[in-house]
Write a protein that binds this ligand. Sequence first.
Ligand code: S3P
Length: 168
Amino acid sequence: MGNVILIGFMGSGKTTVGLKLSYRLRRPVIDTDKEIEREEKRSISDIFAADGEQYFRDRETAFLRKLLKSTNNQIISVGGGLPLREENRQLLHELGQVFYLCASAETIYGRLKNDTVRPLLQGTDPQTKIKTLLIERDSCYRDAADVVIVVDNKDFEQILREIEQHVN
Ligand code: S3P
């Protein structure tokens, strides 16, 4: 379906890269977290608190299915946990070309140590949580990806150029 899809851990830069890429490639951008919040008329924190993570994960899968019916040649940035479901990885492949923005635990912690909006990082030791989740998730991200872009110590210009080199 010719979309460019950005996946990766929280704080890897998917939303910002998506916006910049949209401008550069002159294609619309969609962010799954923002769309789910808009449809639900509440924040992700509120969704997790009221209905739990499983409910949110089901909303992600339903949203991907909706995108498959209607979305061509767009940029799609997706929530960090979305590629964990095998079903979702299959849907991502059907939607387009998948780029994994790969960041180290150090990079992510540096960016998210003061985060207040990501329910999974609100415990007492976010640094350990990031390391553990990243180890668990990295293979899923790689499995979902057509292209891996390492983002550590790179500015946005470099990251965008690397992505553009690979866009079909
Ligand atoms: C999550 C990542 C978040 C959001 C939710 C769960 C995750 O999106 O979907 O808080 O499980 O990694 P970002 O990756 O855009 O922060």
